[in-house]
Every structure is written in C-alpha cells, then in structure tokens.
Ligand binder design. Structure first.
Ligand code: GCO
Length: 475
C-alpha cells in the first residue's frame, strides 16, 4: 500500500504536474544474487485467512470497518479471503514448490488475545503453531509480522492507538507469541507500514478504523513507535536467539514543480517527515523530526520513551512500490496533497509511477542517514492492470516490474546496502483492503468461487530466480 495519486484527500482533477526527474535506468554490474540471499513471499492475516469467527478469534478494526456501506469498492469482505486459515498447507506447498526460502505472514492479535488483552486464546496460538511447523517441515523459514493493521476492536473501543495503554498491551501480546512459538519461530517483524495505518486509518479515513482527525496523528505515531520498542524488548527478554526487525513503507517524496515549486518542496518535506522520518528517526536516532513537534504537543512523549523506541534491530524491513509526488494544498488539513507523476512516466493501473530508482533511493538513504543496517525487502510487487476481470496468468508486466526492482536491489547492494533478502508481495491474489478483490497482486491466481490456486508466469519466473540467483535482463 502506498501513497498514490488518490491519497491525502486530493482529487484527480487539478493536480499540478511534477517536474521531478524521470526514472534513471539502473545497471548493476553483476546480475547475480549471492547464494545466501533470502527469497520469499509476503502476506497478511486479514487479507488471506478468512475464518474470522473461528477458534475464538475476536473482531479487529477491519472486521468492523469493512461492514460500513461503501468503504470496500466491490462491496466484498474478507470473510473467506484466500481461505488460508484452513488451507495454509496448500500455501506452504506453493511456496516450497517455487523453491523459496521464506514466508512472511502476519499473526492476528485478536486470535491470540480476542479482546487484545487479558486471557490468551490457546486455539489461536495453536493455529500459528501448526502453520510454523508446516513451514519448517518444508524447509521454509517463517517470518512473522506481529501487527499488520488488524487492531483488536475491543482496544479500539478504548481509544486504539490514540491511547498509550495500547502500546503496553501490544508488548504483552508479543510476549504471548514468543512464549508459545519462540522455540521454533525465530524471525519477527514488529509493525507493518505503521505510516499507512496512521495516515489512511486515522487521518484520511480510507482504512480501518476509518477515522478522519489530523489531531490523532501525533499520539498514534508515538504510541505505535512506543509499542514497537516495548515489543522488541519483550521478545528479547523472552529469548536470546531471535532475529527482530520492523517493516516500513518507504517512499521518496518528490515535489511538483512550476511556479509553486518552493512551496511544493515544503509540502514534500512535510510528507517525508510524517511518512518516512516519523518512524526511521526515532528508531535509529531516538528523535522525532522537527515537523512533528506540533503534533506531539501536550505530553504525548514521556520521559524515557525515546530510549525505549531506539532499540537495536537485526534488520530493517523495507516495503517499496512507488514514489510519492506532492504539492502544497492550503485547503487540506495537512497542507499536503498528491501531485501527478512527471509527464512520460510509466504508470501502473492506479496511476502510480513505476520507478525502480525510487527503491534505490530509499535504500541509499537508509545506508547514508541511518547507519546502514541490514535490510530485507519485505514487500514489492504489482497489481494486474484490470483487477476487476479474471486474473492475468501470463503476467509479463509483473515479471518486468519485479525484474527492474531487483536490478535496483543489486545496484543498492553494489553501492554498499546490505540487502539480504526479497519478499514478493504476494503469493495469492487476496483481499486488497478498501479495494476488495479488484486489485490482484498474486504470483498465484485464486478463484474465489472454487478456491482453485493457479500459478501465473511470474511464479515460474521467481522460482527460476530463487534457484539460480541469476537475474534475467528481460522482459
Ligand atoms: C502493505 C501491505 C499490503 C498491500 C500491498 C499492496 O503493507 O501495504 O502490506 O497489505 O496489500 O502493499 O498494496
């Protein structure tokens, strides 16, 4: 999920064009990935599991949000999704069948703790225990995300991420997971794209919990950062043999040009602060960017919080899809609005610029500005252009997208970024949040009527790549 042409409340009409540079071709010297490079796919619980009322699972904010009229574009819901709660063994077979090393999935907090706190639901943990065992039995390394936007609704009712208490409850949940699964589940991703949850869920109202209040931004950002720090501490206190990281949606923010270029630059710097730096700066430097200070007024940040947040991580997970183009808009609460990508830019089905140089750019920034931590690309991929129709099985466009972004990964490695793995988003066409089933990102098609899973051309392409590590130069 990324900020695109429709985000931040801007209408498609009247967007100002960007003069930001067009992509530059990336030509890595070598097209060979090392043998120990980790190849995987990524998914999320709410997008795949279905079985929402099975084995004691409590409702999450997405259960409530998706039922509101008109919020899911095709009127669908996630009650079945890819049926992966029941059919996870088939998913694991597909991952093993593609010769991949790893599977990034998420654990639903409200399966483990149906109200987000209090008594643990052993049946929920049993499910993930079976899932982890199924992966290990096939030689797949499990990477579990602890929070992929599905906050237990009972906690939302008590204030959600606006409330500091949610951060403390999250640490308890992390403890419950590691306590039960930590003997076999060694790799953890604490938060997925907190920026998306904070902005789309609390300011734009386009995602759960569907709130539209810019005043929530500061508390939500801080309490998610705090939750992350506390959860890292809880995991490490639980066991000493874990690999722990967190995943951010990093996007270069590029200002529109023209007569307003100076002001647009201010807006794009503002977006950069709340989209990228609001998470990177506290984690790696223990501070918030200046632009956030006003949002954090009123005692949100307590003494000692920044030290709690600044935890050493074993890796940074980077999700990358597209750059964001930005202009100033005094009529919006944030003063930030989307702008058009530059003329001639290759766009995806949603009007986003397909630009692998943006991936190079964010990796290079992490290298230069944030101490060059080990990095995993924890998501990258693209949607079918006509999502409402049947899935495209000969998905050459996807192969091309993946190939070009992997060139950026090779180029970043050559520039000194320790990128150690790549997880494609995603295994199966699944529930794409407010876009329902109209946006298909899978390497494998999922027929919702029959449950049939049909590998696409990109599945075979990634399999060959995972097997020999040699990145083809076309398509
Ligand atoms: C994300 C997401 C996924 C989306 C994907 C495609 O983290 O944004 O993890 O849930 O499905 O990004 O939009």
């Amino acid at each position: 999920m990324v900020l695109g042409a429709g985000a931040l409340g801007g209408a498609a009409v009247g967007l100002s064009g960007c003069e930001a540079r067009l992509e530059t071709e990336l030509n890595p010297k070598s097209r060979q990935f090392p043998k120990d490079f980790v190849w995987g796919v990524a998914s999320a619980a709410f997008q795949t599991e279905g079985a929402l009322d099975v084995d004691g699972r409590g409702p999450s904010v997405w259960d409530v949000f998706e039922k509101k009229p008109g919020v899911i574009v095709d009127g669908s819901d996630a009650s079945v999704a890819t049926d992966s709660y029941r059919r996870y063994a088939e998913d694991v077979d597909l991952i093993a069948g593609a010769g991949l090393d790893a599977y990034r999935f998420s654990i639903a907090w409200s399966r483990v703790l149906p109200t987000g706190e209090g008594a643990i639901n052993p049946a929920g943990l049993d499910h993930y225990s079976r899932m982890v065992d199924a992966q290990l039995a096939k030689g797949i390394i499990p990477y579990a995300t602890l929070f992929h936007w599905d906050l237990p609704q009972a906690l939302q009712d008590k204030g959600g991420w606006k409330s500091r208490d949610t951060a403390l409850r999250f640490a308890d949940y992390a403890h419950a997971v590691v306590d039960r699964l930590g003997d076999r589940l060694k790799r953890y991703i604490i938060l997925n794209e907190a920026a998306v949850h904070a902005v789309f869920g609390h300011v734009l109202g386009e995602q759960a919990p569907g709130l539209k209040d810019i005043n929530l931004l500061g508390p939500v950002i801080h309490h998610m950062n705090l939750a992350q720090g506390l959860a890292i501490q809880a995991l490490r206190a639980g066991r000493g043999d874990l690999s722990v990281g967190t995943t951010m949606a990093l996007q270069p923010c590029r200002p529109a040009g023209g007569g307003m270029a100076f002001w647009n630059r201010l807006a794009s710097d503002g977006l950069d602060s709340l989209w990228n730096r609001a998470w990177l700066d506290p984690l790696f430097k223990g501070v918030y960017p200046k632009a956030l200070e006003d949002f954090l007024k009123g005692g949100v940040v307590h003494d000692g919080d920044m030290a709690t947040i600044r935890q050493p991580v074993d890796f940074l997970g980077v999700n990358y899809y597209a750059p964001a183009y930005v202009r100033l808009d005094l009529s919006s609460a944030s003063h930030i609005a989307p702008a058009k990508p530059p003329k001639g830019a290759e766009l995806d089905a949603f009007g986003r610029h397909i630009d692998p140089s943006g991936l190079f750019e964010v990796l290079d920034r992490v290298r230069r500005d944030y101490g060059n931590p080990p990095v995993l690309i924890t998501e990258n991929g693209c949607s079918d252009p006509f999502g409402r129709g049947p899935a495209i099985i000969e998905d050459t466009f996807r192969i091309r997208y993946l190939r070009r972004h992997l060139e950026a990964v090779l180029a970043a490695r050559e520039a000194g970024s320790p990128v150690g793995g790549y997880f494609c988003w995603t295994l199966l066409d699944n529930f794409e949040w407010d876009l329902g089933y109209t946006s298909k990102f899978g390497l494998v098609a999922h027929d919702r009527a029959t449950g049939t899973r049909t590998p696409k051309a990109s599945y075979a392409w990634l399999k060959a790549l995972a097997e020999n590590g040699a990145l083809p130069s076309s398509p």
